[in-house]
Design a protein around this ligand. Sequence first.
Ligand SMILES: N=CN[C@@H](CCC(=O)O)C(=O)O
Ligand SMILES: [Zn+2]
Length: 396
Amino acid sequence: MSLLITNLGELMTQDAEHRVLRDAAVVLEGERISWIGPAAGAPAADESFDAGGRAGVPGWVDSHTHLVFAGDRTAEFEARMAGELYAAGGISVTVEATRAATDDELTRLLLSRVEEATAGGTTYLETKTGYGLDVGHEARSARIAAGVADEVTFLGAHLVPRDWDADEYTDLVCGPMLDAVRPYVRWADVFCEAGAFTPEQSRRVLQACAAAGLGLRVHGNQLGPGAGTRLAVEFGAASVDHVNHLSDADVDALGASWSGGGAGTVATCLPACDLSTRQPFPPARRLLEAGAQLALASNCNPGTSYTSSMGFCVATAVLQMGLTVHEAVRAATFGGALALRRHTGDDVDGRRAVGSLAVGHRADLQVLDAPSASHLAYRPGMPLVHAVWRAGVRVR
Ligand SMILES: N=CN[C@@H](CCC(=O)O)C(=O)O
Ligand SMILES: [Zn+2]
């Protein structure tokens, strides 16, 4: 079964050549893209969709979310808007509510959040554990996430639970908890920050998880300067996320991580979180100038960023972080794929590349209710998702 999507006024491919095509068309063949080019030269297909001059972009790749949770943190948000500072300790409120939820409740909550993300144009999504924080509840979160999300990350090292010694809890994360979640996850993450895990404890978590064969990611430099980015680069993590408080050496290290031709550490910016926690935005321009690769992600979670709207993140990155529209869309698509190591190949681990529109890649794309991708930032907050295909299937 093939589908011709034609009459695309603009098509931002985010492919290797960064091509932006005018009057373009795309052909989807099953789950893959089989043709891209000028609409006038498009081959015949079984069915067609007339985009009416609207713009097409890849589906969003949201490489950082925390969607397996129950409960509500409105009171904490209100206190923060009244001047309180964000602190990692708020995580424990969600841990209690998440532990109290049944498997069915947690699954239903996760599914409804993923549906919301899909309606906003997200076609590939990572999510994390991190609100269980004991062996049974972390394993349960990982199992539930694995049934729904494209990528699952073990974040047992999110917060040291009440009544635990930090080093003993780190032992638990690196031993029995890691063993219990291992069948369900591809990635491991650690919150390396004052109030969460020290650089030494973070190092132990990264070592143990790498030895277990997991890819690595780090929550780093969110609330202040620190060792997160340094550790991420040292361990060859696929991504360090937040990156609000970077030293010049951090910026240079992230840039240098890409200089050898291989895959380095992506700097993943989370602008919706920065607004909600009133943190300074990451130095996106300096990072690009240093040769770093950027991703944009929603960080959807109940504490610091209760939105899965990647369109909002793109608009904020353009309006507040100084990125061009093309740079922001690239970070929210190709950049996310790079941060999940799903950016290349026609068939990686039995999967197709996501995050860019090219022949052989997974057919994940959205048609915007706008003539160009610039409208994402030009008309911030407007519902601009017209149609979405995920692996060739129309999902909106
Ligand atoms: N910073 C650490 N973890 C989440 C927040 C979790 C929470 O407060 O519930 C984040 O990425 O912002
Ligand atoms: Zn996070």
